[in-house]
Design a binder for this molecule. Structure first.
Ligand code: 5GP
Ligand code: MG
Length: 179
């Protein structure tokens, strides 16, 4: 696995420091307000696991699965809700957690659906934001790092289902995409 890495973009120590700071930002924003944390599978699993352990407060965690990058696709193929089949969020404050903001289509889709399902408020949080995303119409409320428009893996993010367990955020060797 290590030999497939071209470059480490953000190492595990920088990630931990930033995740800790983000947890404080989020906690300060909600105050005493109870909220539902909605991590998008599977990319957000490691991020959300680290994030919630810095937020010792009353909250629900409801995992959500959408499909936008099937298998080896590296561009958004159209978003679909896979789980749950229907959101039960009427009157609730929802914070959607995703790994990365790229075209913004995934979060725009989920946010709209949650609003249509009667959520009291919907906010979004991403660990990473690509340059291209900063220029789009959709933006997240909480952002960990701004990164260049490269395909990244590690810390939950995959390429073709692999590399999620890398502790650092990395760019893969070009040959990995060619095999
Ligand atoms: P968007 O809908 O904003 O274009 O893309 C968001 C989703 O695409 C994220 O949930 C993530 O799973 C996937 N994605 C976007 N860019 C990357 C990337 O550079 N690496 C990986 N592994 N996934 C990405
Ligand atoms: Mg994802």
């Amino acid at each position: 696995m290590q030999e497939d890495i071209q470059e480490i973009l953000i190492d595990r120590y920088a990630i931990q420091a930033r995740v800790f700071a983000m947890a404080q930002e989020i906690a300060a924003c909600y105050g005493q307000q109870e909220f539902v944390l909605m991590p998008l599978m599977t990319g957000a699993i490691i991020f959300v696991a680290d994030l919630v352990r810095h937020m010792p407060r009353r909250m629900r965690i409801e995992v959500t699965a959408v499909s936008s990058y099937p298998n080896a696709a590296t561009v958004n193929q159209g978003t679909r809700l896979l789980y749950p089949t229907k959101f039960e969020v009427a009157g609730k404050h929802v914070l959607v957690i995703d790994d990365i903001l790229d075209s913004g289509k995934t979060l725009a889709y989920v946010t709209t659906l949650l609003q249509e399902s009667g959520a009291a408020s919907v906010k979004t949080c991403v660990l990473l934001r690509k340059k291209i995303a900063a220029e789009q119409h959709f933006n997240a409320d909480f952002i960990g790092f701004d990164i260049p428009d490269e395909f990244v893996v590690g810390y939950g993010l995959d390429y073709n289902h692999y590399y999620r367990n890398l502790p650092d955020l990395a760019v893969l060797q070009r040959r990995v995409f060619e095999r």
